[in-house]
Ligand binder design. Sequence first.
Ligand SMILES: Cc1ncc(C[n+]2csc(CCOP(=O)(O)OP(=O)(O)O)c2C)c(N)n1
Length: 468
Amino acid sequence: MSQTVADVLWEMLAKAGVQRCYGIVGDALNPVIDGLRRNGKIEFIHVRHEEYGVFAAVADAYFTGDPVAVCGTAGPGVVHLFNGLMDARKEGAAVIAIAGDVETSIMDTAALEELNPYKFFEAASLYTGRLVNPEQVRPIVQTAILTAILEKGPVVISIPGDVASASAPSGSFESRIPCPAILRPSDGDMSRLAKMIDEAGTVAIFGGDGCRDAREEVIQLANRLGAPVGYSFRGKQWLEHDNPNAVGMTGLLGYGGAYSAMHEADLLLLLGTDFPFSEFLPGDRVKKVQVDKNPKHIGRRTAVDLGLVGDIRATVTALLKSVSAKNDARFLDKHVADTKSFHELLQHYVVKGPGIKPIRPEFLAATLSDVASYDAMFFADTGTACMWLARHINGGRNRRLFGSFSWASMANAAANAFGAQLAYPGRQTIAMCGDGGSKSSALRSNAEEIDLRAIPNSALRSAEENSW
Ligand SMILES: Cc1ncc(C[n+]2csc(CCOP(=O)(O)OP(=O)(O)O)c2C)c(N)n1
């Protein structure tokens, strides 16, 4: 039998590094999943709700750096993918959604379960291809793969059953994936940045997820400048541990000296962060420089005096060649001392914890942090669990902290943990789930290996107290 379109789809995805596909099978997807079975290189992870599958895929893709597939049968099954794909977009996870579609002969006739994928996925998907002719298979799948991997986000391939089972065209289906380009600001902007830093009496750094591959460089820069280093929730896992200049987080979840350091510095360096709460960023008194590989982030949350487009690692490495050291440590010492006293304050319910019933979440989280393995992966549901993750879980070189940081969907943590556990079997995986999040979901899966413990407060606490 010649190859079908579905065979080519899975062959190309497997070559691109896809190892798992999460979803529910049936209807239009049957010939697609039959192709996955024939291919044999990609594991099908059956979940009870498609949204659970996508949240699992987001963590899987984010941690491994490999693309991960998800699937939904057609119409309503495909709709269930949406919330998780929005999360993938916001978290920058390469998730490739295979969306079943109605047969081509009944398209645009308001057929049962028909859904226009272009309109429906517009907000979530970086690229949506509708495969209505076998000849499209190579270019559509190739574009989807490259977009997901290089632009780091979700894409959708919509595929009707009759096209999936049709014979594929002949030719090569090799998929070449270039490595991501390295972006560095222009020499002129680099000189301006070095001059601003040299002229500033005091400098503070605030870093985000863009520092993921630049931890050592940012810490070296901070040491050279005597700069306190604050971080966003997403930046905490890269910049907090083993960093003598760490001063905690700002914002609603914040702690430590980050807020005051950022407001009292002469110059603030915003590195790889799109921290969305402008009201926690300093006003015009503080000069601000922002560096980000995504130009859309520059100046979006606060006016900046200089904006540079570049990878944090490449930019900071270049900067280290030209900036001079600052020798006055008073600014750093003050904010590090503030951070230390804040941490002592945070110990209140941890120290009293053993005597308090019901158990305090601060004590629970601090105990988890103490006893968890050196490479544990922690997940927090959107809700008060984020507070405990931010304030009481210590990161480490090999520890990972994750949540629905930028989309802030409820009920993410158990599914995230499920995906991470499949990607790293045997590694300790801890999900801190809200009781609301746990109950709200039809989203449980066959994640029997996860010991689920909800944080019970009989309330949707954070929804009552804040707007997320
Ligand atoms: C899918 C979804 N629904 C609703 C919300 C709004 N929301 C954010 S946190 C929250 C409450 C979560 O309750 P729970 O899981 O019990 O955690 P708690 O904050 O009480 O610890 C709600 C309703 C959301 N972010 N996502």
